[in-house]
Write a protein that binds this ligand. Sequence first.
Ligand code: NAD
Length: 540
Amino acid sequence: MANLAPQLGGAAVAPLANSTPASTSNDAPTAASNDQLAATSPSTALPYLARSYAFADYATANNWIGGSFRPGSLGRQLPVDNPRYGKVMGQVTLSDSRDVQAAVDAAKMALPAWKNTPIKERAQVMYRLKALLERDMDELCWLLAAENGKTYAEAKGDIDKGIECIEFAASLPNLAIGGQADVSRGVNCETTFEPLGIVGGVVPFNFPIMVPLWMIPNALVGGNCFILKPSEVVPFGAMRLAFYLKEAGLPDGVFQTINGQQPAVEALVDHPDIKAIGFVGSTRVAHLLYARGSALGKRMLCLGGAKNHVLVVPDADVELSASNIVASSFGCAGQRCMASSLMVAVGPTGRIIDAMVATARKIKLGEDMGAVISTVAKARILRYIDEAEAAGAKVLVDGRGATVAGCPDGNWVGPTILDFVRADMPAACDEIFGPVLSIVRTQTLDQAIAVENANVYGNGAAIFTTSGAVARYAVDRLEAGMVGVNIGVPVPREPFSFGGFGDSKFGHGDLTGIDGYRFWTRAKKVTTKWALQADQNWMN
Ligand code: NAD
C-alpha cells in the first residue's frame, strides 16, 4: 500500500500520527440511516454520524441561524452525492438574501456582548472546540470521507490541519496585544485591534473542515460574528462545526451558516452590514467576488485555483523525490490547491520518473486514494488526459477506466502520469483538479523556472535537489507564494500564514496566521496626553 499520508492534510509534515481508521475500511456498502447510527453514537445529539465507508443517508443540511436549524427561504434543496458510491446521500437547503438577512439580524443581537467579551474568554471557546473535534475525530473522519470521497487518512489530515488553526487562534491573546510607546514627553501612542463586526466566509468542497477553520477561529477570537457559506457539495461537516461551536460555549448568533449557491454568496457579499468576506475556491469565482465586494468598499480576500509546479533536477534524491511528488500529486485524488500537478524535469531525470511510476502504480484506489468529487469532475479530468494523449503526450500511468470493487458507480479516476507534455498544452496550463501529473521536459533550470513563472497562478512551487545552491537559486526566482525545497506540498504550518501569488489570490495579505487575524480586525490608534495642568489641577 502506498503511503500518501505524509502530506494529505495539505501540510508538509511528518506522517500524521494515529491515522489508522478505528473502524474497518471498505466496509460492504450496506445502507444505514442516520437514526440507526445515532443509536450507537457516544454523542447522540449530533447529526450526520458516520462509522465507516459504508453508505448512509443523511438528514437535510439546513441553515444554522441564531442557534437552530431552519430551511432556506427558497423552499428548494439540492441533492448531495457520496462520491465513493456516486449516489445521493442527502440534501442541502438553498438560500437567498432573506436567509442572509435573518443571519445578519441574529448576529446583530449577538455582536455587542461577544465583542465586549474579553479576548481571553473568547479564546477559551477554541480550547473547547479543539477538545470536541478530538473527541469525535474518528466519526468526523468518516463523515468527511462520505461527503467528499476522501480516504479516512486524508480526512484526518483535513481535521488535524484545521485543529492547528484553532490552536493558533487560541494563542491570540498572547500575540494580539497590539503595542504602545511613549512617543514624546507625556504623549503615548497605542494600537489595539478591534473586530470588524459581522463577517463572512465562502469555502470550496475539497477541505470541508480545514478551510472553514482557516477563517472561523481567527475571526471569532477577534470578536466578530461569522457567517459561513459551506460548499453545497459537502455541507455536512460544516453543520457539525456549528454544533461543536455551540457545545464549546459560543453564544447563539455568533457563528451561523447559510447554505446554497450563487444567490446565497452574492447576498453575503452585497449585504451592507457584512464588513469582510474571506473566499476560497476557483479563480473564476474568486476574481468575480473580489471585484464585486471591493466595488462596495468591502474588505475582501479571495483565494483562487492553482497549477503548482515541481522542478526536479538530476541530483535530486530518487526515493525522496518520487515519494513526495506522488503523494503531492495524488493525495486527495489531486483535489488540493497545493497538489503538484506539473513537474518540470530538468535534464536526465529518468530514474526519478521511473520511481514515480512504480510508486504511483502501487496506489490502491479506494484505500490509499479516494474518489473525485463528481461525475462532472471525472469527465473533465478524463477529457484532459484524452486530449493530452491525442496531442502527443505519453501516458506513463493511466487512471482511465479505474474501478473499485463494491463501488461500481463511484467517481473513480486512478493516478495518471503524462510525460512529454508541452508547456503550451491545456494539461500543462489549466488547473485539472484531479489525479493527473503532467511532465514537461527542459534542458536547463532557467528554462524550468521560466515555465513556472509563465503560468498565471502562483500558489505553490517546489524544487527537488540535493544542492543548497540550486535550491536557493530556484527559491529566489520562483513566482509562487509558497515555495518548497524537497517538499511536495509546501503548506506553511501555523503560525506561518497561507496564501499565494498571481491568480491564486486576490486581495492583500494571507488568510491564516497573524495575517488572518489582521484581516478580520481593524487597528485603532490611540494617542494620549495626560500632562499636569499647573493652574487647574487638584494636586496643587
Ligand atoms: P468553486 O469556486 O466552484 O466554489 C467555491 C465556493 O464558491 C462554493 O461555496 C460555491 O458555492 C461558491 N460559488 C461557486 N460559483 C459561484 C458564483 N458564480 N458566484 C458566487 N459563488 C459561487 O470551487 P470548488 O470547486 O468548490 O473548489 C475547488 C477550487 O478551489 C479549486 O480551484 C481549488 O484550487 C480552489 N482552492 C483554492 C485554495 C487556495 O487556498 N488557494 C484552497 C482550496 C481550494
